[in-house]
Write a protein that binds this ligand. Structure first.
Ligand code: ATP
Ligand code: MG
Length: 443
């Protein structure tokens, strides 16, 4: 992409309405624009990051054997009356009437609809286990939408649902989600710690929230600092292997880590004093096992091997896809702007031409651009006729992990400059070596 043809409405001033750094930087970097309280347009740069996050979620769900589908945002109230949640959900639910006066709503989550689909098509234990998910816009009429996309009213969420014959199978589904989520967040450059949580209006017994530690987080968390030493890394996972998934779940959830809702002072006191941490965190996902709550209320039963009708065991599992954009920025920025982890960056590399219009500099930039593109990467070439300082400030603000700087002086010596956004380190390399190094970062 050439910046001269892009739509990147960066702001020079700090927007007054933004209280936290991710919100500020998303507005300043031209990623989003508010259209109403808690409702945003995603501008081209923001959308790219959102889509990258979405892609990682899809890829990791596919590895776990979960099937992608898509359900409507507008749903009929009838199903929600069946489960009892039409009344329970309260003011957070956006209620709508169609032209015939029928009660509709904008989906805040989709347990009812997926249970309805399931009961209409699955009748035998032979059709299970089944886990499906979608990545779809949700609406919750939050009392206090704030912090930009972190607590929106309209937000993008992955919601997955498992249907199993037994509690044991459903717990395997739970563990599969836990494992796949650990991997998902790590690919985004995040450490998200599973913490024992409270199930809230979704209901249920077993639930963990995934929290990214950040001062601006809305949840108070209590944990054994040893949990922050755990990394998932590059493990070979067989998602059909119940014992393997169970042991990873235990590895990541045995040490004390809880949100304030389930915090237990007595248990916490057993953690060695120097490892006891109280901090704040951003909830980026949650997994639930809720057994037969919806299947019983909505008659989602199957025939088991003995020919008996039994209600299915279910769970639901969410990832805050749009919130993650903000959470990643909270975890990775400096006073100049965003620092994108390579896994989600909107462009792989920036190219800054220090002297636009200089025949040699222009040609060298074009060549870098062509070669990076040919290698399957997406560079962002700042080809505007602007001062170098302004170009650097924009690149730092939008946070691309790597920047190539090209100017007549370097070219005389046969070099360009390669700068790492995270460390600020620069080195002079031949264009070929610089390209090879950038490509190697994404292999
Ligand atoms: P919270 O406690 O933050 O209100 P929740 O527990 O009600 O969230 P879930 O039903 O667990 O949310 O939804 C799954 C994920 O969707 C959450 O972990 C969070 O990352 C994201 N999410 C929930 N509400 C919002 C919101 N208003 N704006 C952006 N993301 C949200
Ligand atoms: Mg939650």
């Amino acid at each position: 992409m050439r910046l001269s043809r892009y739509f990147l409405p960066v702001l020079k001033e700090n927007p007054a309405e933004a209280q936290i750094v991710s919100h500020r930087l998303m507005l300043r970097a031209g990623m989003i624009k508010q259209s109403a309280a808690g409702i945003y347009s995603w501008l081209p740069l923001g959308l790219k990051v959102l889509k990258n996050i979405e892609t990682i979620v899809h890829e990791e769900q596919a590895k776990a054997g979960h099937l992608a589908m898509l359900m409507p945002t507008i749903q009929s109230a009838d199903l929600w009356r069946e489960s009892g949640r039409y009344d329970d959900y309260g003011e957070e639910m956006l209620r709508i009437k169609d032209r015939h006066g029928r009660d509709m709503l904008f989906t805040p989550t989709a347990e009812e609809l997926i249970t309805d689909i399931f009961r209409g098509h699955v009748t035998s234990y032979k059709d299970m286990p089944l886990t499906v998910y979608q990545i779809q816009w949700k609406f919750r009429d939050e009392r206090r939408p704030r912090f930009g996309v972190m607590r929106g009213r309209e937000f993008y969420m992955k919601d997955g649902y498992n249907f199993d014959l037994t509690k044991e199978d459903a717990m395997h589904a739970y563990n599969r989600h836990l494992v796949s989520y650990l991997r998902t967040y790590e690919r985004m450059g995040l450490q998200a710690i599973p913490m024992r949580a409270d199930s809230g209006p979704i209901g249920g017994d077993d639930t963990h929230e995934f929290l990214v530690l950040a001062e601006t987080g809305e949840s108070e968390v209590f944990y054994d600092s040893a949990v922050t030493d755990l990394t998932f890394g590059d493990r070979d996972i067989n998602y059909d292997d119940k014992a393997q998934c169970q042991s990873i779940m235990e590895e990541f959830t045995t040490k004390y880590a809880r949100t304030d809702e389930t915090h237990d002072e007595a248990l916490f006191a057993e953690v060695p004093q120097e490892r006891r941490k109280v901090a704040r965190g951003i909830e980026v996902g949650q997994i639930f096992y809720f057994g037969t709550k919806y299947s019983e209320a909505m008659g989602a039963t199957v025939q088991d091997a003995d020919g008996k009708q039994v209600p299915v065991h279910m769970g639901s599992h969410g990832i805050g896809v749009s919130r993650l954009v903000g959470a990643i920025i909270e975890a990775s920025h400096d006073d100049k702007g965003i620092i994108w982890p390579e896994g989600v960056t909107p462009f792989h590399c920036g190219i800054v031409n220090l002297k636009q219009g200089d025949a040699e500099a222009d040609a060298a930039c074009e060549d870098l651009y062509r070669q990076l593109t040919k290698a399957g990467l997406e560079p962002l070439y700042d080809d505007r006729n602007e001062r170098a300082g302004g170009k650097f400030a924009t690149m730092d603000l939008i946070g691309l992990p790597w920047r190539l700087t090209v100017g007549p002086r370097g070219l005389k010596n046969g070099v360009v400059e390669l700068t790492c956004r995270k460390t600020g380190d620069s080195e002079e390399l031949t264009p070929e070596a610089a390209i090879a190094k950038v490509i190697a970062q994404y292999m």
